[in-house]
Write a protein that binds this ligand. Sequence first.
Ligand SMILES: Nc1nc2c(ncn2[C@@H]2O[C@H](COP(=O)(O)OP(=O)(O)OP(=O)(O)O)[C@@H](O)[C@H]2O)c(=O)[nH]1
Ligand SMILES: [Mg+2]
Length: 396
Amino acid sequence: MGSPLRGRDPHSQLEGGDRILLRRHSSVLSPAQLNLERLYEQNRTRQHQKDGSKATEPSTPGAPAKGKPRLLLMGQRRSGKSSISSVVFHKLPPNETLYLESTARIQKDSMASFMDFQVWDFPGQIDIFDNPTFDIDAMFGEIGALIWVIDAQDDYLEAVARLNVTILNLQRTYPNIKIEVFIHKVDGLSDDYKLDIQRDITIRIQDELSDHGFENAPVTFHLTSIYNHSIFEAFSKVIQKLIPRLGSLEAMLTNLCRTCRFEKAYLFDVLSKIYIATDNAPADMASYEICSDYIDVIIDITEVYGSWPRSKGYRESLEGAPWNQKLDDQVASNWAESWMVLTDANRPIMLREVDKYLALVAIMKDDSYDKIPLINMNVEVVVQGLKEFFDITKPK
Ligand SMILES: Nc1nc2c(ncn2[C@@H]2O[C@H](COP(=O)(O)OP(=O)(O)OP(=O)(O)O)[C@@H](O)[C@H]2O)c(=O)[nH]1
Ligand SMILES: [Mg+2]
């Protein structure tokens, strides 16, 4: 890890539009930086207006009112809620969920990540609208999304009926709550059958909602299983809806892919392996799986060989003879960085740490290897842009 780039002049590799991201070396700001500054100014003006006129502004649809966004996991007993939360956020191997006990009371988990959020795992038997001890306002006031888990291997009619009641109850008071339906345990079901179930559940919910006059309720459906990456993919989509200005992040990655001729780039939350953003090329599960497994490999290696930042002694030994240069001047990146070529497809894959929570992982086309100095510089600029982005959009 950490690829030293000595004695090569990256500028000699530049041509045409590739120069655009390298302007940070002159005093001119790159388009990404300009855009971020504009967003920053917008935020500041809005903050001033807010402070000046004490009037309570309506919050953006779906945005949490205050505090940490909250993901609520609800559904029938044994539908797989606790398994999902353990596999995605606590790295429990899927097979071991067989031994999970039924949840007796609400489990509240706080995730310290690029964006602090909470995951609440509900017991299946609880009906919050029937139970006067629940403060519905406190529960749904700061919510990010309600995830309703349906066991696709079981009879799902009752689950769908309960979901309908829940949506109808919520739509009247909290119309902006995003409802994410996980049609779960689809491992072992044929592709046709999966799609049939999804269609059937979608129709049952939409019919019920339109009977009650709710035509465009924000309900989204995902086919998931803890035995493959689909659960991570689904959570990625849920979390992405909570990120302010996701479009700017995606534009940054799309630009990077175009400039460096990457096939696909993902910004990962390293611990959960949820992807926060990706470029606008069509998503495909295979590339997500490769990138996510690659993160595992790197984490394993860092656990064995030690992680960044380097220890004082190691740093001194690197900065001494024969290089006699500060480490920052010797390596392309001061953070964890890695390259690998997949032999079957002959495509290099790259990982670059952004901060302690996030990593940028990209799959390249097979002719990109000779452009690595150029790619390194572009990636470095994007990484700086990402850091600024999260600095600016972080709730103050
Ligand atoms: N085949 C399959 N089984 C799963 C999947 N996810 C969970 N399970 C199994 O479903 C069973 C119930 O899982 P739990 O996570 O305890 O269910 P729960 O919704 O939390 O149940 P309560 O706490 O009682 O409400 C466990 O035996 C899991 O191994 C999946 O994706 N596929
Ligand atoms: Mg449970």
